[in-house]
Write a new protein. Structure first.
Length: 361
């Protein structure tokens, strides 16, 4: 049960935490300004033991060898063909590596890691039921003045605001919408979460942070299907180190980046809200009645209106107006390029103006 279930207006999401508290757009504004906290309901997997960082470094996409305590990063587990299987937010506290992932991925990730231990000195534990994950924007937590029974066990700072060392950004814009993405996530005990929920500090629901994520072009595991490679979502920006040693799927990562182009690419869609219909994730994206992609996320942004992320064919004309069918209503959509059709190490992509650019204040 959510720690915030007793709050006025609480409406539960399918995952348990609040979808909203009665005012999704107002909550979104407060969250964007660093004045609200959101319960995320993430899965929590810990890896302990002296070999933990070198081991994780050898089987995932990010350079984790020598990761300093308190430094946050992100990593992916790929299959042999370079397709994304798992994604994790990573922070080490000097004795334990904390992996924060989507709630439905915690048990599969822990099981896969456990199967890869062999004779190494590591211990993998799914601790999702023990902790609560809370998110906010800005350096100072909005609940800093609350008298807490326990301090947060760890805190993860999202690296999405810039291209991480060893990474590569395909979105070549003067002002990337993620440049002021300052998300922080704390892992706390249920008692601490309960104290925050019982205070007067504002809270937001998952609808609020999902809209902000889409507007910042921030990829998540929910955008992944059975064919996704990191390049298609611009995930080389934060979760892949192109110069590290071998790991499963590395050959595909290097080959697509250095010699070719991603077969698909993510775009942000500005959706027509005239009929007050929001297409759901999974909705086919059409051009002249022909499917050219699928919607992976959608939300109503407090300034941009209805928006979404979609993975489309690389060859799709970036200027084409698209259609999505939702509740028997045809919803028109214009594209905003994130990963350009010519994306790759040798591309010379011109800088383009953003549509409806929004900066967080």
């Amino acid at each position: 049960m959510s720690a915030f279930a007793a709050r006025d207006g609480f409406v539960a999401s399918d995952l348990g935490p609040a979808a909203h508290f009665g005012n999704p757009l107002g909550e979104q504004r407060l969250l964007a300004r660093g004045r609200a906290v959101v319960e995320l309901g993430l899965g929590v997997v810990t890896v302990s033991g002296p070999d933990r960082l070198s081991w994780l470094n050898s089987i995932t996409s990010q350079l984790l060898l020598g990761l300093a305590p308190g430094v946050s990063t992100e990593t992916l587990v790929l299959d042999q063909s370079g397709r994304v299987e798992h994604a994790a937010r990573v922070v080490d506290d000097g004795s334990t590596t904390w992996l924060l992932t989507e709630p439905t991925d915690a048990a599969p990730l822990a099981a896969w890691l456990d199967s890869m231990r062999f004779m190494l000195r590591v211990e993998v534990t799914d601790r999702s039921s023990e902790f609560v994950t809370l998110g906010w924007f800005g350096a100072a937590a909005p609940f800093a003045a609350v008298d807490l029974p326990d301090a947060p066990l760890t805190e993860w700072v999202d690296p999405w605001s810039s291209v991480t060392p060893g990474g590569w950004g395909y979105a070549d814009l003067e002002a990337h919408p993620g440049s002021d993405w300052t998300l922080r996530i704390a892992v706390v005990t249920p008692g601490t979460a309960g104290a925050i929920a019982a205070s007067d500090e504002p809270a937001a629901g998952l609808l609020a942070i999902e809209a902000l994520r889409i507007a910042a072009w921030r990829p998540a595991l929910g955008d992944v299907d059975e064919r996704t490679i990191p390049h298609e979502l611009d995930w080389l920006r934060s979760a892949v180190h192109l110069s590290k040693g071998c790991y499963r799927g590395q050959e595909t990562v290097a080959k697509v980046h250095n010699l070719g182009h991603p077969p698909r690419r993510v775009v942000m869609l500005h959706l027509d809200g005239s009929d007050a219909v929001l297409p759901a994730p999974g909705t086919p994206v059409l051009l002249d009645d022909k499917e050219v992609g699928r919607l992976s996320a959608s939300a109503v942004h407090h300034e941009l209106g209805p928006i979404g992320l979609a993975v489309v064919k690389r060859s799709l004309d970036p200027t084409a107006t698209l259609q999505l069918l939702a509740d028997d209503v045809v919803v028109a959509a214009t594209q905003e390029v994130i990963v350009p059709p010519e994306a790759g190490a040798t591309a010379n992509v011109p800088r383009l103006p953003r549509l409806g650019a929004v900066r967080r204040s």
